[in-house]
Ligand binder design. Structure first.
Ligand code: SF4
Length: 205
């Protein structure tokens, strides 16, 4: 199996990672944490299937068009198809995308033991599943058990600075009549999204 499944590609993304980035959400996650922000990416759909090199082409096109050189990969669980993710990230690195932030529900220790290439191709990793009972107010994580690992020393100051920011950001994307939240929302962001959705419905009547 040499494919990935794409839930969403979006740029510019400024709510998940330092600076402005291309965002990639890979579909497929067997973990199904209660309260997950992306339950629609639990299952994969045939039409989401794509070869990693073809996906790299799409990301590079978007990055070039928007003048971006950084990528955030979330999901879903990007490492459910880790080998194919590696193919994608290696291609992107070769083409100049050298700042990659990845989110995973796996613990970093186990992930690195199984896939030792991760620190070569991933600049920073946020690990661990979301736990509804352990909410965090930090910008980079939804719950306290998740940890940030910075693998690229040259990007350490940027990621460290970002992780200490106290003001969270969220982006709201209108998709086929529904609102999708990008980023790690703060308490109250859901209410804002639902109010925006109501307003959109009113306008469409
Ligand atoms: S691991 Fe992440 S994507 Fe998967 S269910 Fe948990 S929060 Fe959602």
């Amino acid at each position: 199996m040499s494919d990935l499944y794409v839930g969403l590609i979006h740029a510019p993304l400024y709510a998940l990672g330092p600076g402005t980035r291309v965002g990639l959400w890979l579909a497929g996650c067997r973990r199904r944490c209660p309260g997950c922000l992306s339950p629609d990416f639990f299952d994969v759909k045939p039409e989401q299937k794509i070869d990693p090199l073809e996906l790299a082409g799409q990301i590079l096109f978007l990055a070039k068009k928007m003048g971006l050189k950084a990528l955030t990969v979330s999901g879903g669980e990007p490492f459910e198809r880790a080998e194919n993710l590696g193919i994608l990230l290696e291609k992107l690195r070769g083409e100049g995308i050298r700042d990659v932030l990845a989110y995973t529900g796996f613990e970093a220790a186990g992930l690195l033991a199984e896939f030792p290439w991760v620190p070569e191709l991933v600049s920073a990793l946020v690990d661990g599943p979301f736990d509804l009972n352990e909410p965090s107010q930090e910008i980079f994580r939804g719950s306290r058990g998740q940890k940030l690992f910075i693998f690229d020393p040259s990007l350490d100051p940027m990621y460290s600075g970002w992780s200490k920011q106290t003001k969270r950001q969220a982006q709201f994307l209108l998709e086929r009549g529904r609102i999708r939240i990008l980023g790690v929302p703060a308490i109250g962001d859901y209410e804002k999204a639902f109010a925006a959705a109501d307003e959109a419905n009113d306008l469409s009547v």
